[in-house]
Ligand binder design. Structure first.
Ligand SMILES: [Zn+2]
Length: 456
């Protein structure tokens, strides 16, 4: 308390005048505490995965998800609920199977990577060449993998902040390009996930180079990857791969779903929170990203239930199709070209259902004293104040690059990548109390950002 006072006294007068009042901070603390044990976010995500199921972009469940989000936001007391069209190409998964066929037959649990083409009619059968990581595959000379399946075995490392994901996921995103350049007929990867005791493969998006042949790309679970590597250690190993995936002709139009608590003094100034509504199709998309949708919707609902509206508008967005190319986030940013400067602060929830342990930021140095005030509401929860170099989530990345300030409410992701993009991403992985914790933080931060009389 004392350090905050000293800090405020040291501030230039104009910033001090724009700082948060004690009444603002008290109301934020009430929001934080009101979320505790409410169970509201859990009931939202339970409703989503039970009544809609997964929300893979372009599937019938995509439209069901949009209708669900509109109805849910209306029922939660937002002042305005509306949609914004988002169009994109549609990828169909189709059938998928794989097996080691020689020397010792064994089935492999496989999943196509999002965007992958299918295998030729009847599948393909080819010897496997292993690479430790995508950097090694990138060095494979042109033609050296002709008629072969390239396999990349890098293993994702577990970390609270998910920092193992970036280095490992390069194999999934870019592997097919390097494999095709070396002449391979398919790419197979060890799943990008931290589960060591599962045969569950992890899907996720990948890309092609338009100048190169497109080859099928798929992931196998960690235990199956171990088995494949054991076979390769003994000698030549042949794998059969059967994928029915394809990109459909034409495009599909989904929607971003937007709910607003309209500001009382500056309704055109926006504090944006949200997360993507779409998911992959293997599980329920409970952690990724039913949780983020539920957390931010419930936070908006808490603010909507206050006796008075905050000064600025709090806008909650359930984004369309993040997984296959951030289509919703890009469409939203394009629609706001004229209003970018009105986006005061953004925060995105897309990292599962773990508790928040750190408040990181990306704001002007002049705003840091107000961030320190905001943090006083989170400190009793054990949340630390992190650095001012946050990058935020994918859906807000376009707005961030255009200069929108960010809060990153960093969640504990120690176990997130055990289930990420798998059939095991189901409701049972979510603790209701953990969601309540997140809701309290999002509600308090969004409210204070809407009250603070400064540009972050
Ligand atoms: Zn996600």
């Amino acid at each position: 308390m004392r350090s905050i006072l000293v800090l405020l006294l040291l501030l230039p007068a104009f910033v001090r005048a724009q700082a948060l009042t004690q009444a603002d901070l008290d109301r934020a603390a009430q929001l934080r505490d009101a979320a505790k044990d409410s169970g509201q976010a859990f009931s939202i995500v339970e409703s989503l995965v039970t009544e809609v199921g997964h929300r893979m972009a372009g599937t019938p469940n995509d439209a069901k998800g949009v209708a669900w989000a509109v109805a849910k936001m209306k029922s939660l007391g937002f002042d305005r609920v509306y949609t914004q069209p988002v169009s994109f190409p549609v990828w169909d998964r189709g059938f998928e199977s794989a097996a080691i066929v020689a020397p010792t037959p064994q089935s492999l649990n496989v999943t196509a990577l999002g965007g992958s083409i299918g295998t030729p009619e009847g599948g393909l059968r080819a010897p496997v060449v292993a690479f430790t990581d995508v950097a090694e595959l990138e060095k494979a000379p042109a033609g050296s993998l002709r008629g072969k399946i390239a396999y990349v075995g890098n293993r994702m490392q577990r970390a609270r902040d998910g920092s193992g994901y970036g280095p490992a996921v390069a194999a999934r995103v870019g592997g097919a390009v390097f494999a095709a350049r070396a002449g391979a007929v398919a790419l197979l990867i060890r799943s990008i996930g931290t589960d060591a005791q599962a045969r569950t493969p992890h899907t996720g998006t990948m890309r092609y180079d338009n100048m190169l042949t497109r080859i099928p790309a798929a992931a196998i679970g960690n235990i199956d990857a171990d088995a494949l590597e054991a076979a390769l250690a003994v000698g030549a190993t042949t794998v059969e791969l059967n994928l029915g995936s394809r990109v459909r002709n034409g495009s599909y139009t989904s929607a971003n779903v937007i709910g607003e608590v309209v500001g009382s003094e500056f309704p055109d100034q926006i504090v944006v929170i949200g997360g993507h509504l779409d998911s992959w199709d293997l599980g329920q998309g409970a952690l990724d990203n039913g949780a983020g949708v539920a957390i931010t919707m419930a936070a908006g609902a808490l603010i909507a239930a206050m006796p008075e509206r905050p000064k600025r508008t709090v806008r909650v967005i359930a984004f369309a199709n993040e997984e296959q190319g951030i289509w919703g986030g890009k469409a939203y940013a394009a629609s706001q070209k004229e209003h970018l400067a009105k986006h005061v602060l953004g925060a995105e929830s897309d990292f599962g259902a773990g508790r928040i342990y750190r408040l990181s930021t990306r704001v002007r140095a002049e705003a840091l004293p107000v961030i320190a005030q905001m943090h006083t509401v989170l400190a009793p929860l054990g949340i630390e104040l992190g650095p001012n170099d946050a990058t935020g989530g994918a859906d807000l990345s376009t707005l961030r690059d255009a200069g929108m300030p960010l809060l990153a409410l960093n969640q504990d992701g120690t176990h997130y990548f055990d289930y990420h993009h798998t059939s095991a991403d189901t409701l049972d992985k979510i603790q209701p109390g953990d969601l309540d914790f997140n809701v309290g933080v999002y509600a308090a931060m969004a409210y204070l950002a809407a009250q603070a009389g400064l540009v972050f």
